[in-house]
Write a protein that binds this ligand. Structure first.
Ligand SMILES: Nc1ncnc2c1ncn2[C@@H]1O[C@H](COP(=O)(O)OP(=O)(O)O)[C@@H](O)[C@H]1O
Ligand SMILES: [Mg+2]
Length: 311
């Protein structure tokens, strides 16, 4: 499979400020790839470099095999970008905004009306399509901005902080639409955000950034494994288990540590594949198991562990 985005050692400096400082990552077709990092990490600069809005200071970027620095227009024909502060015409209606941007992107006259109506329906804006954008809520404006970014059906979508400034309900609505785009249409998305919960829900893989550099990259599972190579399992019993049941656990292959007391025990195993054997062993010893919970790490755990390593 050929990557849609290929970034190798990409750099962008502003004076002495190394905003993007040697980034390397690839985005595959159909993937939702997250760029995560605090303010000033270089997320927006990366998005701008990949769309040919800014030239790089070093390294290389390819989008659909094209160099955005020299072929920006052709790249932008195939990308949609939701910028941090989306530019919409407040005095025009949603329909007029979309019709205008549809014309700009070269959608033929005959297809224009159908395309605009399709986008209004997908983003739940049909009812208010004729009202001026200045009368819209923030959430509606953001949905319209998303529709604008997608009006020419770009195979690659960039979303820069798509829910910043939205209330939880509006943010949830926008996120559900982003998830639909990915699941229903297989839309390839590069999502820049500092919202970790959102990234965990939406992204297949993330790159955790700081000061223009990638600290770590991978799926949630891969990153957890890298940072915490062992798995802890919390086991709760219905009744206090016999001493030999928990005591003999240590002799099982793949079990590294056993601690706990009364009905709450913690078992450290080499990997999740050991857990069924632990359960079988305990059951065979007559222990009454109530709950077995492998400890999951969140993207937040990963993010803070990585950022702490930077300080
Ligand atoms: N046009 C610019 N001129 C000067 N400095 C800039 C410019 N754009 C971004 N920067 C600087 O580059 C760094 C990365 O910014 P940015 O890419 O906006 O980060 P993020 O989107 O992750 O918050 C910041 O230190 C920012 O001040
Ligand atoms: Mg930004």
């Amino acid at each position: 499979m050929t990557a849609i985005v290929e970034v190798n050692g990409l750099e962008r400096v502003f004076g002495a400020n190394r905003a993007v400082d040697g980034m390397t990552f690839h985005v595959q077709p159909g993937e939702v790839f997250g760029l995560l990092g605090p303010n000033g990490a270089g997320k927006t600069t990366t998005v701008r470099l990949l769309n040919g809005i800014l030239p790089p200071s070093g390294g290389s970027a390819r989008v659909f095999g094209l160099d955005p620095a020299s072929d920006g227009q052709r790249v932008r024909q195939q990308t949609g970008v939701l910028t941090e502060t989306p530019a919409l015409y407040e005095r025009l209606s949603a329909y007029e905004n979309l019709a205008f941007f549809a014309t700009l992107t070269g959608i033929p006259e005959a297809a224009l009306n159908g395309r605009v109506l399709e986008m209004l329906a997908f983003f739940g804006l049909e009812d208010r399509a004729k009202d001026k954008v200045e009368t819209y809520s923030k959430g509606m404006k953001q949905r319209l901005a998303l529709a604008r970014a997608l009006i020419h059906k770009p195979p690659l979508l960039f979303l820069d902080e798509p829910t910043s400034g939205l209330d939880p309900e509006a943010a949830q609505h926008v996120n559900a639409l982003i998830a639909d785009l990915s699941h229903q249409n297989g839309q390839t998305i590069l999502l820049a955000t500092h919202n970790l919960l959102e990234a965990q829900r939406l992204c297949d893989r993330v790159a955790v950034m700081n000061k223009g550099r990638i600290l770590a990259m991978g799926s949630l599972k891969e990153l957890s494994r890298k940072l915490w190579p062992v798995t802890w399992v919390d086991i709760t019993f219905w009744q206090v288990p016999a001493e030999n049941a928990t005591g003999s656990l240590k002799t099982l292959r793949g079990v590294k540590q056993v601690t706990g007391q009364s009905v709450a025990w913690q078992v450290q195993v080499e990997g999740e594949e050991v857990i069924p054997q632990v359960v079988q062993h305990l059951a065979a010893q007559g222990a009454s198991i109530l709950k077995v919970n492998p400890r999951d790490y969140t993207l937040e755990d990963i993010y803070f562990a990585l950022q702490a390593g930077e300080k």
